[in-house]
Each structure stands twice: as C-alpha cells, then as structure tokens.
Design a protein around this ligand. Sequence first.
Ligand code: NAP
Ligand code: MG
Length: 486
Amino acid sequence: MRYGYQRMYINGQWVDAHGGNTIEVFDPALGSVIATVPQGGEEDIEHAVQAARHCFDSGAWPGRPERERERVLLDIARIIRRERDVLASIEVADSGKPLADALADIDEAAFIFEYYGGWITKLSGEIPPVGPLAMSLVVKEPVGVAGCIVPWNYPFLMAAQKIAPALAAGCTCVLKPAEQTPLTALELPKYLEEAHVPPGAVNIVTGYGEEAGEALVKHPGVDMVSFTGSLTVGRHIQETAARHIKRVTLELGGKSPNIVFADADLDAAVDKACYGVFWNQGEVCSAASRVFVQEPLYQEFVNRVKESLDSVRLGHGANPATTMGPLVSHEQQERVMGHVQAAYADGARCVAKGSLPADPALSQGFFVEPMVFTDVNPSMRIMREEIFGPVMAIMPFQSESEAVALANDTPYGLAAALWTSDIKRALAVARKLRAGTVWINDSQPAPSEAPWGGYKQSGNGRELGRLGLEEFLETKHIYINLDRGE
Ligand code: NAP
Ligand code: MG
C-alpha cells in the first residue's frame, strides 16, 4: 500500500514544511518507502505554537462549555471506531505490528477519548475550610499549550494518550509524532474537523526530534511538555525545559523484571513471560525482559519457553498468520543485534533462535527472530540495558528476598510482574518492588482507567487514569473575604 505525500496540520490547515523538505516513511516488513511527510522545523513549530496559543488564549477551546467539549471528545471516539480498519491497516504498514495488535491499539485509543471525554463534566475543585469570615475556592484550570512528543512503538495510541487528556483539560496542543511512524496521527485532523474541534486546538508537526522536537521543547509559548521516549532524550528535554520552568512529564524506558516463584501456575507464567517480552516485537517500554525463575522450576521453565517459540510466525503484519512483525527500522534492527552481540561477548548463552531470519521472503524487512538467553548475571549488559527488541534473559534465584533485590537492581522502575499462588507473598513482594506498575499473575495490561508511569529513571508524572488528566491541569486558589466588619 502506498500513501503518497501527506501534509502536516497547523491551525486547521494542511501545510508543507516551511523549508520544503520531506521525510520518507517505510513499511518495515518490506523495507520500502510507502509515504513522504513534511520535515517540519523551527518555523513550522513557531506557526503551530502560535496557533495553539491563539486558540487557547482566545478561549476558542477552553472557553467552550464542559458538556460541549465532552460531546466533541465522544464524537472523536465514535469516528475513530468507525475508521478502525483504515487506521489499523495504516498502523500495520507504518509500524510493522500485526493487524490484531494494531486493532487493539485503535480500539484503546477510541476508549481513551471516551474516558477523558467523560471526565470533563465530572471534574470539580474543593472548598477547604478557612474560617467563617472567608471562603476558599480551589479550581482546576488547563495548563495552557502542551507540546506532545511520542515514539514509534504505539504511534496512534500514544498520540491519543496525550491529545485526549490535553483536550479534556481544556489545553491546546502541538503533537510531534516519531519520524518513523507519522501516518496514523495525520489521519486524526479529519476526525477533529468532523467533531468540530476549533482550528489551532490540535496541531500536528511531522519532523525530526533534533529539529522540530527540540524547537517545541524550547518554545516559550509552550507551557508544558508531555514526552514519551528514551531516557537519553527525556533527560535532555527536562534540562532544556528547565530554562522556562516548564512542566514536564516523562514516560521513559524500562528493564522490567518478571519474577516466577516455584508455586506459580507454570502454563500461564510461561505463556505470559513470552508475551511480556515478545509482543509488539519487544518494542515495549514495559517489556519484562529480565525473567527470574525460582530454582526448582528453572530448567523446566527454560525448556517450556524454548518450546513455545515454535509457534512464533514472523511476517508482514497484514498477514493473519503473523504473530510477530518486523522491527520498526533498519536502525532498530542493527541496535537490537548490537545488544545481542554484547550478550554473547559478556558470556550469555542463547538457547533459542538467535539471528536474523533465514527465510528469503523476509530478507528485505527489518525482522529479527525472538531470542532467549540464559547463563546471565546482573552485571551483564543484557540485564542492564533496554534492548527494545524480542530478547529475553532468564536467570534462576533461590529466595524471595534475593528475587526482590535482583528485580530492583536497575536504574529503571516502569513495571514489574510476579507469579505465585500465595496471595500474601504476592502482595508483600508487590509492595517491595520499586516500579510504577506491578502485575500479579499477569504481564503487560495497562488499562487506560489506571495510572501509568515510572519510578526512578523511568520517568516523572503519570499518564492515563485520573492522574493523567491532572498533569494537564493547574490549580488555582480563589480567596474571598467575607468579613462585613460587624
Ligand atoms: P526517542 O528516540 O527518545 O524518541 C521519542 C520521540 O522524541 C520521537 O518523536 C523523537 O523524534 C523525539 N526526539 C528525539 N530527540 C529529541 C529532542 N532533542 N527534543 C525533542 N524531541 C526529540 O525514543 P524512540 O526510540 O522513538 O522510542 C523508544 C523509547 O521510548 C524507549 O526507550 C521506550 O522505553 C520509550 N517508551 C516509553 C513508554 C512509557 O510509557 N514509559 C512508552 C513507549 C515507549 P524522532 O524519532 O522523530 O527523531
Ligand atoms: Mg527516534
């Protein structure tokens, strides 16, 4: 499928980049160009921020009655559901993920608009007691213009995770999609117009992070930056935003642990351990890539994981038989294989698959086979660095306290999974794990009603749930003197 040249969207208009340059967009399963998009830069960000500023400052979006804004978000959700097949097929071609996963992303994105739409008419402030001669009103107001920057692993879902709460809060925004996967975000403006979102409320500037992203973070007219991506870029963004004391929320990387106690349901634990590392080709911030298995179960667990890899089918995401697509880019394929080489060099042993696929039909795409390493220790790079590919490392442990120490031995703290049939142990261990999400007898669910975010260097702030909305809100205290001098 070819999508041709797609313009970006600023102030309700489809526009080219000021400099006239474009970026090629690839289908990673075929290794071929399927579209081009504008290479937006500083001038385009200037234009987009001005539009967002005007829409915000004039009240064109935040000044609309709450129930009208709720209706708009519900309409966007309805249109996304109507267009789900189109959106999912674009997402497959753009990101490489299997169709079923893309459909799930689109459905969840629609739900996020419904969820945050619903909050608009339910948000209320507080009236704290300040004595009989005064009254305090604590009200919630939108932060202003939000700069939203997203990665390529869940392109449409991440865009929804930022735009829906921003609009629900009454903010206006500028979205910069990842250079590799801009296509589904560029479908959104049609839906926004159909739902009567005013011009300037949502602007989409395609381009490179170092250029368009950087300009967005630096711009004094942007009140907050909501970023999802790597630790390195997140750190840089926080430093840059500090100049204007901008609010920054960061959803960064992870090296999530998965602890399997000997009393776990083995079938479920094996199944979800594989899912937890291999779904979305391992391009998942919360991928539970460090698996710790209690000693009596260890060897059987490794054998079972190896067996289950036989059912993995690499291929184009549009093929219904495919269970694993390609990585998003040639660069990512090389990055992942670099991590694999480092694992070998450090003395880890690959017990399953472990190379690029031999099938000539896959040779043009950016595929890698799922891999499982054993004989690892916590100081090896495979146990410390985020790989962002389908690479699992399994290590045995003896005691509960050892498992907790191993799990927490990482600068990241996004998520953790644990498997046991002992509820007391499950809850005790859950409280000891330094992670923003802990799954008990599961791996990876991230329902949009609950908060998502990282401890430690996995980020700041929360996305999703009510807390995800709060990030886009300011708090104002209005104090009323009621003293009548009597
Ligand atoms: P990335 O390189 O950090 O890029 C993320 C976004 O930031 C892209 O849009 C990128 O633009 C942009 N960017 C790059 N440099 C920038 C700069 N100097 N200023 C402003 N923006 C800049 O991350 P990625 O490789 O795309 O995505 C993978 C990472 O995202 C992993 O570390 C993963 O764990 C993390 N992630 C976290 C979560 C979470 O919820 N915690 C969810 C998903 C992914 P271009 O790509 O267009 O250059
Ligand atoms: Mg990038």
